[in-house]
Design a protein around this ligand. Structure first.
Ligand SMILES: Nc1ncnc2c1ncn2[C@@H]1O[C@H](COP(=O)(O)OP(=O)(O)O)[C@@H](O)[C@H]1O
Ligand SMILES: [Mg+2]
Length: 248
């Protein structure tokens, strides 16, 4: 029997004594794309941070399993090593470090202590393969990380990082907010290419807007409201929200 890659069971989460998530359950199988939509303040980012193990978010009830193993007590790093990738909402600028070195460091930190650690030569090969997959130039990876990069370029870096790390579960929390149409296309095209190459990679795409879902088609759509998933369905739910709003 196939087991879910991610299993969230009746999760309750509090921040400073306030209960934000009030019993969220979700199952994600390998290769599936799930969209979580909902108004601002409904708890979407709280779910993201809880999945990553941010210390500020206290799990008061429920359980989270990844690949059948409880991750509830694991550190952020341990969860990352298992293959959970959260696209950065605020990419950092590292003065003077060329992107290719930054990516190698990120890879080896991510896989620290595992058999996936690789040397310079093997990394170069991996990087070149992913650059060609995403159409990134060598000039681009010689440049210092994020310094003077546009919003679209920062997203391209994130996508390249994701392609290199080859996560098993990708969580994209409002990656579309503040992006112009060209930058959004960069993100969506890259995501599609990466998913095509790794058909087992699962995605949880969190968004307030329908726009990104016109480019990346979700298998399942969940509506979050006041700390709960109030409805789940297929992609037709997106159009229903568009016409009726979140008060459906
Ligand atoms: N770190 C935090 N400290 C205090 N309140 C928080 C924190 N994170 C989230 N909240 C509160 O939890 C609720 C849900 O927020 P959030 O998860 O960011 O929603 P969404 O991502 O759906 O907009 C909001 O009322 C917000 O004020
Ligand atoms: Mg949010």
């Amino acid at each position: 029997m196939k087991i879910p890659l991610l299993q969230i069971k009746n999760v309750h989460v509090s921040v400073e004594e306030n209960e934000i998530l009030k019993g969220v359950s979700l199952e994600v199988f390998p290769g599936e794309i799930h969209a979580i939509m909902g108004p601002n303040g409904s708890g979407k980012s709280t779910l993201t941070y809880t999945l990553m193990g941010h210390p500020r978010y206290t799990l008061t009830a429920g359980e989270m399993l990844f690949d059948g193993t409880s991750i509830t007590d694991l550190t952020v790093d341990a969860r990352a090593r298992m293959g959970i990738f959260l696209a950065f909402q605020y990419p950092y600028e590292v003065e003077g470090v060329p992107l290719k070195d930054f990516l190698r460091q990120a890879y080896n930190t991510w896989y620290a202590g595992t058999e996936k650690q690789i040397g310079l030569k093997a990394f170069k090969k991996l990087l070149e393969e992913k650059m060609s997959l995403l159409g990134v130039s060598s000039e681009f990876v010689e440049r210092p990380v994020n310094v003077g990069c546009s919003g679209g370029e920062k997203k391209r870096i994130e996508m390249l990082q994701m392609a290199i790390l080859q996560p098993r579960l990708v969580i994209l929390d409002e990656i579309d907010s503040g992006l112009d149409i060209d930058a959004l296309r960069v993100v969506c095209d890259a995501l599609k290419v990466i998913l095509k190459q790794n058909s087992e990679t699962a995605v949880v795409l969190i968004t307030h807007y329908k726009r990104i879902l016109e480019h990346v088609t979700p298998d399942y759509v969940h509506i979050m409201q006041q700390g709960k998933i109030v409805r789940s369905g297929d992609k037709s739910l997106v159009d229903e929200i568009e016409s009726k709003g979140y008060g459906l």
